[in-house]
Ligand binder design. Structure first.
Ligand code: IVH
Length: 672
């Protein structure tokens, strides 16, 4: 027993040491497989001696109580954000302001990479991780302790002498190789790809099951100490960095203390050059006055420290060859040209295609197949072809024209304004595929597990030829095909059956009526509560609805007048799909009459969609931008610029509780 206890302790020490070498010093001494051997041995010993299992054992990263997950956490000290600069001129102006405040230039700067991830706060009590929380609005975040524990780079216990309480801030991120691995898996299973590593990291931390977070292999760079009790007397941020490393925190080794602004500018230039050679995304450089006394002297504005600033990298541009221009027929039948590019890495992501929007756009940019073109990607933004590099144009490449017939269906392509359409309707396999994927997708009927891959199977096996056919699929149609066992088949058939009962709003979105997006679908569903009524409503009735302009009226009417669409609705009804919404119960549909609400941030108690429905069910209106006509702005966690705008315009701001009060009791004096 004593032997087991001491072996367990030795193994834990060894595993912690190797994690430290790997994550903090970036100098692993053993291979992953050797680490796994030690880890497995510890797991075995702990299984045989359950009384020796301790929560801070390296084996206990997953499986700790997750009951507090996402509960609000009030930060002991506010987590500030940073002002941005985008040029050396603005950076110089920042230093000049700082110099005026301090009476002299700062004595040195610390330059750090700005990590594009998710800001978190980690609290250690007597050297053990006791709380991890998201930044939230800077004052209150969400408890993510159970999920943060699963991240190997987050120390569970600190090395050496730790202060009695200390809070460390940092950025959780998803390493790019991990992001690519995840997307390969998504692709292989026919599911939608994740857009970027940042959002995927945030989504991974927001999982209800810590085992899912663990499977995502996230990492962290810490960059700041918050609240602290005890600890050594240090005078510079760069000394704090070294001390954090000693305690076992990964403080990015790419950080550098420099003497003056010239040093900062050199660092920024080098960091930007090396930007895509790293295996994590950076969106700039954070520059901090290094001397802590100077930081205290400079202080904070309402939003950010005066002693630090973020230099944001410009959107990245690369050149590559435009190998072809092809068209894609979308779910509405619109034929959209897109660029086929020789693969090029832009902003950390390999780009092989980019939409060209429409034929006019291709002509305006004068893009020709074979041209060397500039491709741009800024942050989350989808890649864009900026234009040809004319100096590199060889010979006289041909101009591109929209084909006269659809490459998928052979039907004529006709133009309506800027948009070209395939006239083949559901006979066009290109359109049908997009239509079905959208119909079943997250913005449509939300049928889990019905992505492109399954759509392709259903189409090639001729099991369906329109969306209504989905609802008469039987288990026997799929069972026994490759990848379709009892469980997966049962899940899909179950998900399809459940989708029959989706609210009318979802059906409306799923149907892909041109111009009908989420807001319009919700308005129409609320006003008519029935598909048949929408289809037969006269022009003036539609026109009278707030938020429905003449173009939309025309679009809905053209769609409703189309025989193919009418047949589809009838077929959906026969298959048992609900096309009507019940009247809401127990809700006073006039309590918010005359009230206009803007929603921003994430509410804890309801989704954005639910909040909007709640307002609309009570006769109120939800708009997307704040104006003098806004009754109030309801603010959840991490509110956007709308909250600031509300302050500027002097419009009332409601927190979540006040918003519920409004729903319950009406606007009261808000309307005066
Ligand atoms: S320092 C008081 N350092 O950028 C100092 N922030 O808008 C506040 N970030 O919310 C932050 N890398 O999430 C700092 N090396 C770094 C950073 C960093 C990324 C994020 C952080 C913060 C945002 C600032």
């Amino acid at each position: 027993m004593a032997d087991a206890a001491s072996e367990i302790e030795q193994l834990r020490e060894a595993l912690r040491h190797h994690l430290y070498l790997y994550h903090v010093l970036d100098k692993p001494e053993i291979a992953d497989a050797e680490y796994d051997v030690l880890y497995r041995r510890l797991t075995e010993l702990e299984a045989d001696n359950p009384e020796l299992v301790a929560p801070d054992s390296p084996t206990q990263r997953v499986g700790q109580p997750a009951s507090e997950l996402f509960a609000p956490v009030k930060h002991r000290e506010r987590l500030f954000s940073l002002d941005n600069v985008e040029s050396t001129e603005a950076l110089t102006a920042w230093e000049e302001r700082l110099e005026r405040q301090l009476g002299e230039k700062p004595s040195g700067y610390m330059c750090e990479l700005k990590i594009d991830g998710l800001a978190v706060s980690l609290t250690y009590t007597d050297g053990s991780l006791t709380k991890a929380a998201t930044r939230g609005d800077g004052t209150t975040g969400e408890d993510i302790t159970a999920n943060a524990r699963t991240i190997g780079a987050v120390p569970l216990v600190l090395r050496g002498e730790a202060p009695s309480v200390m809070e460390v801030r940092g950025e959780i991120y998803m390493p790019l190789p991990e992001f690519e691995r995840l997307n390969k898996d998504q692709e292989a299973s026919g599911q939608a790809l994740y857009a970027n590593a940042r959002n995927t990291a945030a989504g991974s931390v927001r999982q209800k099951d810590p085992a899912v977070t663990a499977s995502r292999r996230l990492s962290i760079w810490v960059y700041q100490v918050g609240f602290i009790e005890g600890g050594p007397e240090l005078t510079r941020h760069s000394e704090i960095a070294a001390w954090l490393r000693e305690l076992g925190f990964p403080f990015n080794p790419a950080s550098e203390a420099v003497a003056d602004l010239k040093g900062v500018i050199d660092y920024v230039n080098a960091a930007e050059k090396a930007r895509h050679a790293r295996d994590y995304e950076t969106d700039g450089v954070v520059i901090k006055a290094d001397v802590l006394a100077e930081q205290r002297e400079a202080g904070f504005t309402a939003k950010s420290p005066r002693w630090a600033v973020a230099y944001k990298f410009p959107p990245e541009e690369r050149t590559t060859v435009l190998a072809d221009i092809r068209i894609n027929v979308g779910r509405t039948g619109a034929a959209t040209p897109y660029a086929v590019l020789e693969p090029v890495i832009v902003g950390g992501v390999t780009v092989t295609t980019a939409t060209l929007h429409n034929a006019d756009e291709v002509a305006r940019k004068d893009l020709r197949v074979g041209d060397t073109v500039t491709v741009r990607r800024a942050g989350d933004v989808i890649p864009e072809v900026v234009g040809p590099v004319l100096a590199l144009r060889k010979g006289r490449p041909r101009r591109w024209k929209m084909p006269e017939t659809c490459p998928f269906s052979g039907h004529p392509i006709v133009r309506d304004g800027a948009v070209a359409y395939c006239t083949g309707g559901f006979d066009c396999p290109g359109r049908l595929r997009e239509y079905l994927a959208h119909f079943a997708g997250r913005d449509g009927m939300d049928i889990e597990g019905l992505g492109y891959k399954t759509v392709d199977l259903l189409l090639t096996e001729k099991l369906i030829s329109d969306p209504a056919d989905l609802f008469t699929l039987r288990a026997g149609d799929l069972l026994g095909r490759e990848g379709w066992g009892e469980v997966s088949t049962g899940n899909l058939i179950g998900a399809i059956a459940a989708a029959k009962d989706q609210p009318l709003e979802r059906l409306l979105r799923a149907l892909g009526i041109p111009l009908v997006g989420g807001t319009v679908a919700s308005t129409l569903a609320r006003r008519f509560r029935s598909m048949d009524k929408i289809m037969s409503s006269p022009e003036d009735e539609l026109d009278a609805i707030d938020g429905i302009g003449p173009e939309l009226v025309a679009s809905v009417q053209v769609w409703a007048g189309d025989a193919e669409n009418r047949a589809l609705i009838a077929k959906l009804q026969r298959a048992g799909v609900r096309t009507e919404d019940p009247e809401p119960e127990g809700v006073d549909s006039t309590v918010l009459a005359g009230v206009t609400i803007v929603l921003t941030g994430t509410m804890r108690s309801m989704s954005r969609e639910e909040a909007r429905n709640a307002v609309e069910d009570r006769g109120g209106k939800v708009t997307s931008s704040v104006s003098s006509k806004t009754t109030a702005v309801a603010v959840g966690e991490s509110p956007g610029s709308k909250a600031t705008r509300a302050e500027e315009l002097g419009r009332p701001i409601l927190d979540e509780e006040a918003f519920h009060d409004l729903l319950e009791n009406g606007p009261g004096e808000l309307l005066e």
